[in-house]
Design a protein around this ligand. Structure first.
Ligand SMILES: [Zn+2]
Ligand SMILES: [Zn+2]
Length: 321
């Protein structure tokens, strides 16, 4: 495995307010009557607008729901996309990919998965591996042969309703097999009417941007300037080398600021660690990561058990103060 891979993700917490950056909240996986969703596209959009979201993708199965067929408030960003399902020649179930910022439909059911990925990228869009836990994806078998995916959906509300909402292990597996860091998204994948309270407004992604546009948001997500959540807020992550001359392995101390948390998991390329305060909640945690870890990502568990997922950090390039 290459030891000198350069960090490929942007840390959102280094993008400062004074430089014009701000957070926007969105859901990029939702369905409407244009596929198997219950509400119309306009009803789906109105729901997320009323809940205070900043951006949304109506990602119907196989087909682009055109953003010019609905009416959004001026400062709300609609990202045009679709959930695409190429067949899977590698043995697993049919693929589920969320494609963002695309403008031409394609017959994904008849296309090999690599052609679908290439076509989305050709259109200037980006394409994400959706809910691999729910789809019984085996990364080695089904995902590793493919190139050009932007990242992974780590949380999916509607899949949680079926017991398989989280795909953190798939994420770690993928990064370890490819020795590459991928960003993640959290989504509702809403199908039901909001009145059922089944799969709406429970999984979202926060993106760090300088402007409210589809281009800026998609670029932030693909570069890792984001985090996903089903509840908690992540406010800051600081990493600091603390090893001394003569120490055999680099040592890194992490400080994570968040809304009230009961636990923070630090998930490394192998092993990991956990911070907690014996039943008390906290808003800041400082703790040491496993010596010699190559990368780390954080999961913050709120007082009510809801989670937030940071993107991964490459630790191999962290310099000593
Ligand atoms: Zn799906
Ligand atoms: Zn879906």
């Amino acid at each position: 495995m290459p030891q000198d891979a350069t960090p490929n993700l942007v840390d959102p917490f280094t993008l400062k307010d004074e430089d014009g950056y701000f957070w926007v909240k969105g859901n990029l996986h939702s369905h409407t009557t244009n596929s198997d969703g219950k509400p119309s596209p306009q009803e789906r959009l109105d729901g997320y607008v009323n809940q205070g979201y900043d951006f949304l993708c109506l990602s119907d199965h196989y087909t682009i729901t055109r953003i010019d067929t609905v009416t959004a408030p001026e400062d709300f960003v609609l990202i045009q996309g679709a959930e695409l399902h190429p067949h899977n020649p590698f043995g697993g179930q049919v693929h589920h990919f969320v494609a963002l910022n695309i403008h031409e439909d394609m017959d994904s059911a008849k296309m090999p998965p690599q052609h679908v990925i290439d076509e989305v990228n050709r259109q200037g869009g980006c394409i994400w591996l959706a809910h691999p836990h729910w789809s019984s994806v085996n990364i080695l078998r089904d995902t590793l042969p493919l190139h050009g995916l932007a990242g992974i959906e780590v949380f999916n509300t509607t899949c949680r309703c079926m017991g398989r909402g989280e795909s953190g292990v798939h994420w770690d597996d993928w990064m370890s097999l490819e020795d590459r860091l991928y960003p993640a998204l959290a989504h509702d994948d809403s199908h039901a009417l909001e009145a059922t309270r089944r799969d709406t407004y429970q999984g979202w992604t926060m993106a760090r941007v300088k402007e409210r546009s589809a281009q800026a948001i998609v670029q932030a997500l693909a570069s890792g300037a984001s985090y996903g959540s089903s509840g908690p807020q992540i406010r800051d992550i600081q990493l600091r080398r603390i090893d001394q001359d003569g120490d055999k392995q680099p040592m890194v101390e992490a400080t994570v600021g968040s809304s009230q948390a009961q636990r923070i998991a630090a998930i490394c390329d192998s092993y990991g660690g956990e911070y907690h305060e014996h039943g008390k909640t906290f808003e800041q945690a400082t703790f040491t990561l496993r010596a010699g870890a190559r990368w780390v990502r954080f999961e913050v568990v709120g007082a009510d058990g809801a989670k937030a997922w940071s993107n991964p950090y490459d630790l191999r390039h962290l310099k000593r103060d």
